[in-house]
Each structure stands twice: as C-alpha cells, then as structure tokens.
Design a protein around this ligand. Structure first.
Ligand code: COA
Length: 627
C-alpha cells in the first residue's frame, strides 16, 4: 500500500470535521494524482452508434435517416472519422488529459456571455438566525475561520480523497479554487492561481457598500486569525465604509467578456487601480457583506436569495458588492440570508460544496477560547481612480446587468414529500428517478421531449472534469408517453418507469467511466479544426444542433448542508435545474428567462413536484415483481 492509498483508507470513514493540524503530508497529492488512470478516447464506432440512439427521441424519422447517411460517410474505413480519431488518440498519448484544456477553453474561457447568470453557479444556504450587523459580522468571521481551516487541509495535503462508485477521484480542482481569479481577455479569458508563487497570498477581499478591502487573515507567525480577531477587523471595515461607494467598480465584472476585457485594460492603466485589482485577484477568496435583501414571504424567500447569489439583485441592490471573476465569493447579508457564488472555470460544484459543508459545520462549533487581543493593523482600503471613461463603462455595465436581472426567472423549492430514501426502497437510483421526473414534467408541459444535459463527473480520471448524461432516451420517451395514456395499464407504466431509470443509470455508469458521447464528439470536431480539415458534415447537420440545444440543463450537486446550488439556463428557451437530494427531502432550483414566452420556472417546478408524486403513487400501487 502506498502513502496515498494508506491515507485514503484512513480518512475515508472519518467525520467531516477532523483536526486539521495533524501534520503535513507533502507529496501525497501528487502521489494520489499519479495513481489515477488517464481519460480514454472511446471507440469511434461505439460513439457513432450511441449518437444515433441519443437522437432517436429528439428528432424526426426523416432527419434521423439523413443523419444516418452522414454517420455512414463519417465512419467509413479510412474516412475522415478514422483520421480524426487517430489524431485524438495521438493527443491522448501526449497529454495528461486529452480533453481538459480543450474543455476549459471551449466551455469557459472562450465563452463570451457574462459569467453572471450564464456561467457562475450560486449556492443558497439556510437562513442564519441573526438580524443585525453584529450577527452578520460574527457569522462572517466564523465563516472565514472555517474556510481557512479547510485551506489548511489543502496546504497540508491532508484533504480526504473522495470516491465515486468505489473509485478514488481526481482532487486537482481543490487546488484551483483558492487564491485564483478569472482575467478577461479579448477572444479568450485566462485564470490565474497565486497559490504556487513564492509568497502565497495571506489576505481575503472584503466588500461592503461597494467598497473593497484587503484583510490579512494570518498572524506574522503564520497562524490564522481567530474568529474574535477577524470580527474586530470586520468591524473596522464596516465603520470605514458607512456610505455606499458612488462608483460600483465590481459591476464591470458582470459585462459581456469582450466589453469587460476592453474596460479592464483601460482600468488597470492607472497604477493605483492596477494594485487594487491585483489585490482582489490574488486574495484567497472574497467575502461580500451585503445589505439586507427586501423582505418577502417565506414562500419566495429562497428564490429571492438564489437571485441574490446569482446576480446580486441589480445595480441598486448588491451587485456592486461583488467581483464576479473571483473564483470563490461568500455572501453574508445583514438579514441572515447567505450563500456563495463561484466562477466556474476552475471547478465543478462538488468541491465547492464540500468546502461549504466544512465551513457550515465549522460555524456551528461553540467558541470556547477567546484569544488575547493583540492590536492588528487596519485592513487596507483598495482605492480606484475613476476616469470619465471608466465611469462610462460602469454605467453601460449597470444597464446590461439590470436587463439580465429582470430577465432571470428563478424558483427554489423544497420537495418535502420524500427524498432519496423512497427510490432506494424501490431499488431505483435516486438520481435516475429525479431525472425521469424531469422528463415527465417537461413532456407534460410541452408534449415533446428535449435534448437534456446532466453533468457526469469524469474525476475518476486525472484532471477529469465532466461529460454529459443524455437523460432523454428511447426508454424515457416510452415512459413519459405511456404515463398519461389512458390506454395503458398502470403495471405497464410502472414497468416502463423502472426500465427508464435502469437505462439512465446505465448511461450514468458509462459516462463516469469515460464512454459517453458528448466530449468525444466535441474532441473530434476540435481535432478537425486543429488539423485544418474542412468541418465534417456531421457537425454541420441540423440534428447535431438540436442535440446540442439543451432545453433542460441539469445537475445533481449533493451536499450535507441543507442547501441548493443554482444556475441559469444554457439556451434562451430552456431551463437550468440543479438539485440536492437529501434522505427525506429534495431541494430544487429551477431557472428560466422571462424574455422567453414559452418558459416559466415556477410552472416547471410545479410540474416537477406533480411528476415526483405521480411516479411514487405508480410504484407504490405496483410493487416490483419478487425475484
Ligand atoms: N437501489 C438502491 N440504491 C441505489 C440504487 C438502486 N438501484 N442505485 C443507486 N442507489 C444508491 C447509491 O448507492 C447511492 O447511495 P448513497 O446515498 O449511500 O451514496 C445513492 O443511491 C445515490 O445514487 P444515485 O442516485 O444513483 O446517484 P450517484 O450518487 O451515483 O450520482 C451522478 C449520479 C451522475 C450525479 C454522479 O455520478 C456524478 O457524476 N456527480 C457529479 C456531477 C457534477 O459534477 N455536478 C456538478 C456540475 S457543476
């Protein structure tokens, strides 16, 4: 057993909060990473067959026969498909992961829409029981201490290795989320990570009333500040930022990436501005001390908080209290609402939520030791010189942002009737059950299925990110069509539901093992661009465009905390659905755009609840046959 295996065994069953100062394990991270397999390139013929199968439920027979022709041409021995496949296999032999760089660029860095709503997910935490500034600062101080506690595990390489389906996962994303930031660029952004430098950052950024501060969170001996110390520092920040900054500089980060890149270059021409921007980019993370959100009924409270996490509520509310390019931003508002927003390029949701689970547990710990109060230097206010041109850029960004804020339709619901336990008791994968409920809800609303994306982790492989589970399948369509068909018997419907969930789980298994079709097809397409061969017809086909137009973009992000992640739709006429299935209930966040007359987040959430209940009723009245 090597050091990595030994440590994994040791920590696998340990509790969430364990003492982190239990020494360092230098080299453990790399040893673990080296032990992981590399991402395979799936066989060409397998992907093409599965592609045709995935198209069946979402395009017409006529379109399908046209695409079959294109596939036949593409897969011919010695044809373009084989040539591109060989190129991919060569790339896989040379690189640590043939996909990850391409994916980072295509999905994130070259994506030009604003990160706000279109890319950055938010997380809604349970409401905290404080209602004033004292409570807000106390909670924020504890949260910072908890996040630094988690950072110690990263720094010491003692972070527990995670497992999926019994296999150890790539831990790289954990090393990318602190002290990092996205930088806008013309055509392509970049991500900087300051943890590897000679002098890793020791400060966090705190934003209050649209004013930015650099708060050092380590003592000169290298020990992190305690909650008491951080609280006093936060009070100093609060007291020096009683008025809102007239120019909410952070709003610039909400803009279209090309406009922001232009404004960024202009902004950092000034030396003071450049230093302030660098301080934010380098900081370990950001803490946003928000003004209270407008009081709303309990029914819509969570949805309102989700909107605050995703965009800050607009230029008149808290959007100026953010630097949206920052990888990790914790948000704590004066009324007890809190959560976070994160920039997606460096990481998927699960590592972010694991950090959050740790922090939330940490905030619940009683404070026993009160540290002696050694006077600490006042946190540094980050100054910006606002030229008329910058002012103009801010005004334009405000206008665009406010349109986006108006456009986002988001509904968070807690489905109380059952959680993971019910499908488990029926020997059904809870994730597959929820995905089939989404298929049923969509079909009932639109009388047709749609291309559906569910993220599948590729972290079993070194530097793995995600692939797509295509939840709309022949089996899911058979089930949703039958469900409301009066000509079908209930026992047939139950059988079709069970079969659809098994098909979904089977797709999940092949996806997490690197055998799904979406990233492979993307790889073949990018290989064609790299080889400068003309784009194969297969990728210019209407069916391909339909297959990539995900009206349902979904993701499971499980957490121990009773929270939910949320994100915007990926197409103008679609839904973004994220869920956290707990044992006895499920938290859902459903988003859509108001500008699309055909979508409605609350209505989708309502159909989803009905679908879950109808499916339970069906299974309970028709138990599976005894084996
Ligand atoms: N009978 C009984 N129990 C079952 C079952 C069955 N037929 N099938 C699964 N279960 C159990 C599992 O053992 C598991 O048990 P646990 O709660 O003790 O861990 C639980 O039900 C959940 O399994 P399932 O619902 O099938 O989902 P999963 O946990 O395997 O997750 C994915 C599926 C697709 C979400 C996961 O593989 C994945 O890829 N996650 C990452 C997604 C991601 O990156 N999202 C973020 C994007 S920003």
């Amino acid at each position: 057993m090597n050091i990595s295996q030994w440590f994994s065994q040791l920590v696998k069953s340990s509790s969430l909060l364990r003492p982190v100062a239990s020494g360092r394990l230098p080299g453990r991270y790399l040893a673990h990473q080296d032990s992981l397999p590399t991402l395979p390139v799936p066989p060409l013929q397998q992907t093409l067959d599965r592609y045709l199968l995935a198209l069946e439920p979402i395009i017409s027979e006529e379109e399908l026969s046209h695409t079959r022709e294109l596939v036949r041409e593409f897969r011919k021995p010695g044809g373009v498909g084989e040539r591109l496949q060989k190129g991919l296999e060569r790339r896989a032999r040379k690189q640590e992961n043939w996909l990850s760089d391409w994916w980072l660029k295509t999905a994130y860095l070259e994506y030009r829409l604003p990160v706000v709503v279109h890319s950055s997910p938010g997380v809604v935490l349970p409401k905290q029981d404080f209602l004033d500034r004292q409570g807000q600062l106390r909670f924020a101080a504890k949260l910072i201490e908890g996040a630094l506690d988690f950072k110690t595990m990263i720094d010491n390489e003692t972070l527990p290795v995670e497992y999926l389906g019994g296999k150890p996962l790539c831990m790289n994303q954990y090393y990318q989320i602190l002290s990092s930031c996205r930088i806008p660029g013309q055509k392509r952004d970049s991500v900087v990570n300051y943890t590897k430098g000679k002098k890793p950052p020791t400060h966090v950024t705190v934003v209050h009333n649209f004013q930015f501060f650099e708060l050092d969170v380590y003592n000169s001996d290298g020990s992190p500040l305690t909650t008491d110390q951080i609280f006093i520092q936060l009070e100093k920040i609060w007291n020096t930022s009683l008025q809102r900054n007239k120019e909410p500089i952070g709003i610039l980060t909400t803009n279209h990436r090309n406009s922001w890149a232009k404004a960024y270059n202009n902004l950092i021409k000034d030396k003071t501005n450049k230093e302030s921007v660098r301080s934010i980019e380098k900081s370990i993370f950001t803490v946003c001390l928000d003004a209270p959100i407008p009081r709303v009924s309990d029914d819509i409270y969570r949805s309102r908080v989700a909107a605050q996490m995703l965009h800050g509520g607009g230029s008149r509310w808290n959007s100026g209290n953010r630097w949206f390019d920052k990888t990790l931003q914790f948000i704590v508002a004066e009324d007890g609402s809190c959560g976070l927003v994160y920039e997606h390029a460096p990481s998927e949701g699960p590592p972010i939520v694991a950090l959050l689970d740790h922090v939330v547990e940490y905030t619940k710990k009683p404070e026993l030791v009160r540290s002696p109060m050694i006077p600490l230097p006042t946190p540094k206010k980050l100054r910006f010189n606002i030229t008329p041109e910058i002012k103009n850029d801010i005004e334009k960004a405000k206008q665009n942002l406010n349109i986006m804020v108006e456009d986002l339709d988001i509904k968070v619901i807690v489905f109380h009737q059952f959680g993971k336990n019910f499908p488990k008791s029926e020997k059904i994968s809870p994730d597959a059950f929820i995905q089939m409920a989404l298929q049923l809800a969509y079909y009932r609303m639109y009388k047709q299925p749609c291309a559906t994306y569910e993220s599948a982790s590729l972290r079993m492989f070194r530097l793995g990110r995600t692939d797509t589970i295509r939840s709309a399948s022949v089996d899911s369509l058979n089930f949703v069509k039958a469900m409301d068909d009066p000509g079908k018997q209930d026992h047939e419907k139950a059988e079709l539901l069970r079969r659809a969930t098994q098909a979904h789980r089977a797709y999940t298994d092949l996806a997490i093992k690197g055998n799904a079709i979406d990233r492979h097809l993307l790889g073949l397409k990018l290989q064609a661009i790299e080889d400068l061969v003309s784009m194969p017809e297969l990728f210019m086909d209407t069916a391909y465009a339909v297959a990539m137009h995900f009206n349902l973009s979904t993701s499971q992000v499980p957490a121990k905390t009773d929270c939910v992640m949320c994100f915007g739709p990926v197409v103008p006429d679609g839904y973004g659905v994220c869920y956290n299935p707990l044992d006895e209930h499920i938290n859902f966040a459903v988003s859509a755009f108001n500008s699309c007359a055909d979508t409605n987040a609350a209505q989708m959430a309502h159909y989803l609840e009905a679908a879950l209940l109808d499916m339970r009723r069906l299974l309970q009245s028709h138990p599976r046959a005894k084996l």
